[in-house]
Design a protein. Structure first.
Length: 256
């Protein structure tokens, strides 16, 4: 069934809200006004205020089958922080799905129960709320997939390119290869600029053993001659040889 891009009536336009400036893509049997609104949420997600307003309007009872099951206290005590954070994220996703199912079920129930006087504004409002929640979940799952991959990328330049790339038909954009190539070329140019400004160290600036000079640099040579060692009092100088045995014997001969 082909649906033309006709202007919405006043009631439908009020329920769907303002239309974002997105070009509608070719989708099967979807009104272009719906496509444009869903494209915006799929790309950017819902704001916190919008999500909270939908949850207040679609309040799920605690005992409802659409409410996410709570984590058992016995299990909570034995999980680390990472596991608890992951469980909280999945629980929030389940509650968002539960609210979307509730809105869808309320609209569906209204259609089934009353065939003669259908409450069209009520049905449109619930279906629109369900569509917003489901597209927001779609956006969250896209971000979760990206978050699982980014820590595996070790190169800082490539990681920044991936983080700044928006998802389209692919998780990191269809032009990812070109962006990575341009980033690599830019990084090489930057390294060459910084390397050209470095001055090589002068020859002989290190120590004799190849180590870097100390805090005050290599010690300058001095022209002052070392003083000769002082003689030991009571004995011969260290630079003079001790007298031989014959000399000592002749020195201590008694005078006649």
């Amino acid at each position: 069934m082909e649906i033309e891009d006709e202007p919405l009536d006043e009631e439908a336009a009020r329920i769907l809200g303002p239309e974002p400036g997105c070009k509608p893509a070719e989708e099967a049997d979807l009104h272009p006004a719906i496509i444009r609104r869903w494209q915006s949420v799929l790309k950017n997600g819902l704001s916190l205020e919008e999500r909270q307003a939908l949850f207040q309007d679609l309040a799920i009872p605690d005992d409802s089958m659409l409410h996410a099951p709570a984590l058992n206290p016995e299990i909570h005590l034995h999980l680390d922080a990472v596991a608890l954070a992951r469980d909280r994220h999945l629980q929030a996703t389940q509650n968002c799905l539960g609210a979307a199912l509730l809105a869808h079920g309320q609209a569906f129930s209204c259609i089934i129960a009353d065939n003669e006087s259908l409450d069209r504004p009520f049905v449109l409002d619930k279906l629109h709320a369900a569509g917003k929640l489901l597209t927001d979940i779609f956006h969250q799952q896209t971000q979760s997939r990206r978050a699982l991959i980014l820590p595996k990328v070790t190169d800082k330049v490539n990681k920044k390119v991936l983080a700044d790339s928006a998802a389209d038909g692919t998780l990191f954009g269809s032009d990812l290869a070109a962006k990575l190539k341009d980033a690599k070329a830019s990084a090489a140019v930057g390294q060459a600029l910084f390397a050209s400004g470095r001055k090589p160290a002068p020859k002989g600036s290190g120590n004799a053993d190849g180590r870097a000079p100390g805090r005050w640099g290599p010690r300058a040579p001095t022209s002052r001659r070392a003083a000769p060692p002082r003689p030991w009092k009571g004995g011969p100088s260290r630079q003079q040889p001790y007298p031989s045995q014959s000399t000592r014997s002749a020195r201590w001969q008694p005078k006649r």
